[in-house]
Every structure is written in structure tokens, then in C-alpha cells.
Design a protein. Sequence first.
Length: 237
Amino acid sequence: MTPKVTIVIPFYNCPYIEHALVSACGQTYPDVEIIVVDDGSTQHHNLIAPYRDRVHYLGKKNGGTASALNHGILHASGEYIAWLSSDDLFHYSKLEQQMAFMQEYGLQVSYTDFSTIDSKHAITRPTCGIPMSGTSDLARQLTYSNPVNGCTVVASKDLFMSLGLFNERLRYTHDYDMWVRMILHGARFGYLHEPLTLYRVHSRMGTVRHKKTILREYGKLKKMYRASLNQRWALGG
């Protein structure tokens, strides 16, 4: 039996949302649920309207990406969760390829290679992923950087629930915090070396506008988790 995958799309005033929805609705995987979480947006709702018969549209007051993801995960009926930012796109076979990979190796969580695109959808870098030889190698890498692009991740809903979901107090580094907690919880990450997500780099993206705050958050988290990650790295695997 094919497990259902829920794509959670946090949405906040994003003019690229229609492109994300086209890529989500066009997945070749046979059992997909799409949830758009409107995080208190005030514009661009009209771009979602043509897809309302294909998606579950949930509204909430503004609380940030972590809170929007958590809201979507809690309402998801899928056994697995895929996060798609409203300015990014999935290749149409992303879920089909990634779920086959995860089922083959018995994985609760995996991430993949990705490409970058610009504001006009042109590919600027065809491959940007950082392959890891195993979970201990990923633990080592996480002591000083975050090699996991959140929109390449597929993980079981049970794993998210067992960890208490994303930390909503972290405005920008909730993804890094989650990957660390997954590793320390004992989850085995798999890496699929296929660029299955198109990650948009543009002047209005949060990682550009809030770079200083993001670096401060990362610094605090890396300091807090360093010893535990080093221990996990030393264990191997």
C-alpha cells in the first residue's frame, strides 16, 4: 500500500505561491495531500483561488514559519510530511523518487540535492546539495553549518510528533533545530543525490533580509548542541 504524503506550504504574502502550487498539484506520486497554511497574509490570496479545489486551505494569525508548519502537520492526514516554501518548487517526480528511496532503505527521514533558481525561474546552480556519508557525518557537519535544505526533506509524521514539532520560539532556525533533534533522537537520515527541489534565491527572501538575526540564532543553537552532536558523531553510523 502506498503511504500518503502531505505537502505543507506555509504562505505569507508570497507572489510566487502559484508556481509552488503547480509543482505540488503536478506530483506523479499517487497519494498526495496539499495543505496551504495562510500565516496571516494580507495579499496574493487571489493566486491561490484557482487551486482551492485541489488543496486544503487553513488560515491562522501570523506566527512565523515554524508555527505555520506545525499547524499544517497537526492537520495532515498523510503518514509522511514534505515542506514546500511558497517561493520554491518541487520537480514533478520528487515525491515518487524520494518515497521509493525511503521505502527501499527503511528511512523515517531523508533529504535530497537541490537546484537554485532566480526571481524569473531560471536555474542559476543546477546542483547545490552536500552529500553526507551517513548520519554521523551529518552530525559532524551540523556542528558548524546546516547542509539540509528544509524543502528537500520528507519525514514521517510520527517522527515530527514524537519530537514535539518545530520550535516556534525560533523564528529562522527552527529547521536546523529540528534536524539536530531528529539525529539526537536516533533517526537515520538518508541522502538522495538527485536535485528534486528548485530553491528560489531573491532579494525579498528571509535569509537575505534577516541574515544578522539568523546568524545570531545559529550561533546560540550550535553552542547548545555542539557537545551532543560531537558525541553522536563519535558513535559513527
